[in-house]
Design a protein around this ligand. Structure first.
Ligand SMILES: Nc1ncnc2c1ncn2[C@@H]1O[C@H](COP(=O)(O)OP(=O)(O)OP(=O)(O)O)[C@@H](O)[C@H]1O
Ligand SMILES: Nc1ncnc2c1ncn2[C@@H]1O[C@H](COP(=O)(O)OP(=O)(O)OP(=O)(O)O)[C@@H](O)[C@H]1O
Ligand SMILES: [Mg+2]
Ligand SMILES: [Mg+2]
Lengths: 268, 268
């Protein structure tokens, strides 16, 4: 089972939208995909749960795995063909405080994964906008990181802090962690800001190529996810963009991303 | 000194952009405004600091106030006419962990405020996208809360969780805390999603009016901050929208907001 963590400590850059729609796109291509929602705000879980209109989440969720030693299989829910979700719940926000000082708190999720390792081809982990215990659990559990990036000012400033964290985790806690790709999201084509930041990001990762770092082979995805209101509407119908608006630019872009991921990141 | 906390645990909804530009607008109207940056990502500090291009922050910042008992006056920096900033720094992210279990950790900022109470007319506090210790410090220090809201799905879902937190803080830690206003940001006029969510928010706060809650008198600002790329460009020049693009829709909207705040929220 390949394990991808979708990370960026900056808020509202498209982590959840990417985790959900990329998972859905790969499920449509026949991969068995499990989406783990590590964000206490639970937007990925709400996006894919059929009880969406009343925003109701399952009682048993990742909190029970972290605090009460529950089994991942017990809390996993089906979310569509080839797609499953390991839901979050609001109690998950207590994990940071309840686990302060607990030895091994950064590797709890990783220790739970073997039991589902043969169930799926791919695990996609959606993270909260922070670099706390929950995100660290994603980084120690994952093989690869995807960083969604809104091409606005300070995007690179945040990424260098994130790369520092990836570097520390790969040195101390998870030697197989690498940065697989950076994805420009909410791309406002036609604005010079987007072009400039996209150029800066491309340059940064080209220069990284000869170094011995976890991002030496990182791909700046050619696919850019353009701003498209359909992507913001889809969650209220409990649907991926492919069910909600299959011919929209949002669907085209996440389809193109899935093709790029299949070709360059996932072996067949 | 009036104290306004700008809060929303959802990421990327316009907290920092609002904290910075509303502060700048009120400073232009002759108010002495101090902007306190409680977000370890320090975007408000970077937005207003002249060392912006190299994204350099002062060595002494709010971290020293929380952990080393520094005085707020020692770390405050001028940021323009009638405008000062109490900067953040990356170490601020350690506060959550270093203060776990420390008694009174939710009221540290409040205890430091008396020394600057006569220096300014208004303190505006920018918060991170979470409901942790830093945001709690803002809630116990403030008289009023402004909630920037992106009119997307789940915006109301997040707000009700936030109102719960405001309610708890006002009952247990800060009896004068109220919700002053909700501000629709990144408003994509012309989309039905924005209209629907704006309608839901308006309805929610109308129904709240007769109850005995901290949001009974909350205002849904008539001003909506429209999506405008100039607002995203201004930080890279270290300028408020009024210096960077004074005739842009972003400047018009934050000016209109400032007028609404002066008329309905701040006494002259
Ligand atoms: N390309 C896009 N076009 C239009 N709206 C988008 C796009 N991508 C995401 N959105 C919307 O923008 C908002 C923020 O996106 P999203 O929730 O995916 O970001 P996030 O990084 O997961 O945020 P958080 O940091 O709070 O977890 C959501 O309402 C989402 O529906
Ligand atoms: N009305 C707007 N039009 C266009 N861009 C905007 C607007 N408001 C904010 N932005 C941009 O969107 C991004 C997110 O906004 P901002 O940083 O203010 O949100 P935030 O709520 O403070 O985020 P965080 O949760 O990470 O602290 C920034 O790059 C900002 O410049
Ligand atoms: Mg998210
Ligand atoms: Mg902010």
């Amino acid at each position: 089972m390949r394990k991808i963590a979708v990370l960026n400590q900056k808020g509202g850059v498209g982590k959840t939208t990417t985790a959900v729609n990329l998972s859905a796109a790969l499920a449509r291509r026949g991969r068995k995909v499990c989406l783990a929602d590590l964000d206490p705000q639970a937007h990925a879980s709400l996006h894919l749960s059929s009880g969406l209109r009343d925003a109701r989440l399952p009682d048993r969720n990742l909190y029970d795995v972290f605090i009460h030693e529950a089994n991942l299989r017990d809390i996993t829910q089906p979310a569509g063909e080839n797609l499953w979700v390991i839901p979050s719940g609001i109690d998950l926000s207590a994990v940071e405080l309840e686990m302060a000082g607990v030895a091994g708190r950064e590797v709890i999720l990783r220790q739970k994964l073997p039991v589902i390792d043969d169930d799926y081809d791919l695990l996609v982990i959606d993270c909260p906008p922070s670099l706390g215990i929950l995100t660290l659990n994603a980084l120690t559990a994952a093989d690869e990181v995807f960083i969604p990036l809104q091409p606005h000012f300070l995007a690179l400033h945040g990424v260098s802090k994130l790369l520092e964290t990836i570097s520390l985790v790969s040195q101390r806690l998870n030697a197989q962690l690498t940065l697989a790709g950076v994805l420009l999201c909410m791309f406002e084509s036609g604005t010079k800001l987007a072009k400039e930041v996209a150029g800066d990001v491309a340059e940064f990762f080209e220069q990284a190529h000869d170094q011995n770092t976890p991002w030496a082979n990182a791909r700046l995805f050619e696919t850019k996810i353009r701003r498209n209101i359909k992507l913001a509407e889809a969650p209220s119908y409990g649907q991926s963009i492919f069910d909600y608006a299959p011919t929209s630019p949002g669907a085209q872009d996440y389809d193109a991303l899935a093709d790029e991921v299949v070709e360059h990141i996932l072996p067949t």
